[in-house]
Design a protein around this ligand. Structure first.
Ligand SMILES: Nc1ncnc2c1ncn2[C@@H]1O[C@H](COP(=O)(O)OP(=O)(O)OP(=O)(O)O)[C@@H](O)[C@H]1O
Ligand SMILES: O=C(O)C1=C[C@@H](O)[C@@H](O)[C@H](O)C1
Ligand SMILES: [Mg+2]
Length: 167
């Protein structure tokens, strides 16, 4: 099936770029974080606080493994790469694009994005999380787009170019 799934750290722009990418491709857009919130009738931060990270990952796996769409840009949460079944499914229904951002840029961006629920283990820093996740994003990516030094429009253009030309 002809879908594009964006993966990457929280704040890398999966949701922000995803919706404009969908318009540019003439696709639909699906943010599976919002599907989780709707199904659970709670905000992501509440699910994580009330159920704990392991149960959240089970829910995230179930929702993302059940996505049934075509010609859609899919924006899962940053933690979807812990969900093996979901990642296998998303890879089977289209291309997986990793929005790569350096730890330095991410630290600056997340500074302005307080209050977003991120699956951090006890005592884990953003650097620890980054180092734990990067190998997983790389493992599951069909395509890697480097956002370094790019604003939103430039990142979008880079994703579009690589999708359209494979370059
Ligand atoms: N070059 C860029 N590309 C994408 N987003 C950018 C860029 N520069 C700044 N931003 C900002 O970074 C934020 C990205 O947040 P967004 O919610 O899209 O991330 P996400 O990858 O969906 O995170 P999550 O895993 O939590 O769902 C937005 O506030 C966006 O405006
Ligand atoms: O990267 C993360 O750890 C997360 C990102 C969000 O999109 C949500 O999926 C959730 O709050 C966890
Ligand atoms: Mg998002």
């Amino acid at each position: 099936m002809n879908n594009v799934t964006l993966i990457g750290m929280p704040g890398s722009g999966k949701s922000t770029i995803g919706v404009i990418l969908a318009k540019a491709l003439g696709y639909q857009f699906l943010d599976t974080d919002l599907v989780i919130q709707k199904q659970e009738k709670r905000k992501l931060s509440q699910i994580i606080a009330q159920e704990g990270p392991e149960r959240f990952k089970e829910i995230e796996n179930r929702v993302n493994a059940s996505v049934d769409v075509t010609e859609t840009v899919i924006a899962p949460g940053g933690s979807v790469i812990y969900c093996e079944e979901a990642m296998k499914h998303l890879r089977s229904i289209g291309k997986v694009v990793y929005l790569k951002i350096s730890l330095e840029s991410l630290s600056k961006r997340l500074g302005n994005l307080r209050g977003r629920g991120v699956l951090l283990k006890e005592g884990q820093t953003l650097k620890d999380l980054y180092e734990e996740r990067v190998p997983l994003y790389e493992k599951y990516a069909d395509i890697v787009v480097d956002e370094e030094g790019k604003d939103l429009e430039e990142s979008l253009a880079a994703v579009l170019e690589i999708i359209n030309t494979g370059a």
